[in-house]
Design a binder for this molecule. Structure first.
Ligand code: SF4
Ligand code: SF4
Length: 207
């Protein structure tokens, strides 16, 4: 387990991993009294439309006339040409983690299968060389998965983690959303941010 310094622990919220400074709630003025101008609504709607249109036009200009060699100052992400950086707290497709030699870390204990509230996981356990348990089959039905992260939380081997993968999760044909072990295997290196993150948040929970 990674040990965080006190300063690191104070900086981020233990559950969501976002700097606490950013989590301060915005003040909602519930007893706001509207002026006559505002209570007519139509002018406020026009003002809202003006703000929306201004952002749209500025973004379009920023897209068409991108300054060469400079960082763009427009914040819209032009997906899919551009991709956002996914924070470690994001829960995307659950994947199976491998050791450096490419073998799965999973020992087929069945805890994830048992805890999954959507019954999305199915494991067939076998023994390798008469001792090591491993899943000869690990099936994940992503059409059932609700991205709760319980499988990751319960796993004693850090063998299944919620990855940052968000593309290709939706299909018209549900049968294409059933993944085999081979389709789910990912190197430890590719999910190291998430592994570090879960070490941080789960070590803070007192079970
Ligand atoms: S994220 Fe939740 S619903 Fe999805 S496989 Fe894991 S335990 Fe099941
Ligand atoms: S909890 Fe972890 S080790 Fe156990 S079967 Fe699931 S992925 Fe494998």
């Amino acid at each position: 387990m990674n040990k965080m310094t006190d300063i690191d622990q104070k900086k981020c919220h233990p559950m969501v991993g976002v700097p606490i400074e950013k989590l301060r709630p915005k003040q909602v003025r519930k007893n706001l009294e509207l002026t006559l101008w505002e209570s007519l609504y139509i002018f406020e709607i026009i003002r809202g439309m003006y703000i929306t249109t201004r952002h749209f036009v500025l973004n379009m200009i920023g897209f068409v006339f991108k300054p060469k060699g400079q960082k763009r100052r427009i914040f819209t992400v032009y997906y899919p040409e551009e991709k956002v950086t996914i924070p470690a707290a994001y829960r995307g497709r659950p994947v199976l983690v491998t050791w450096k030699n490419g073998k799965e870390k999973c020992v087929a204990c069945g805890l994830c299968e048992k805890i999954c509230p959507a019954n999305a996981i199915m494991i067939v356990a076998e023994e390798r060389d008469g001792s090591d348990r491993y899943p000869s089959a690990y099936t994940l039905d992503m059409s059932r998965c609700v991205y709760c992260g319980y499988c990751e939380e319960v796993c004693p081997k850090e063998a299944i983690v919620m990855s940052a993968e968000y593309q290709g999760l939706a299909e018209r044909d549900r049968s294409k959303m059933i993944y085999s072990k081979e389709q789910l295997l990912r190197s430890e290196e590719s999910v190291k941010d998430r592994i570090e993150y879960i070490r941080r948040i789960y070590s803070k929970c007192s079970y």
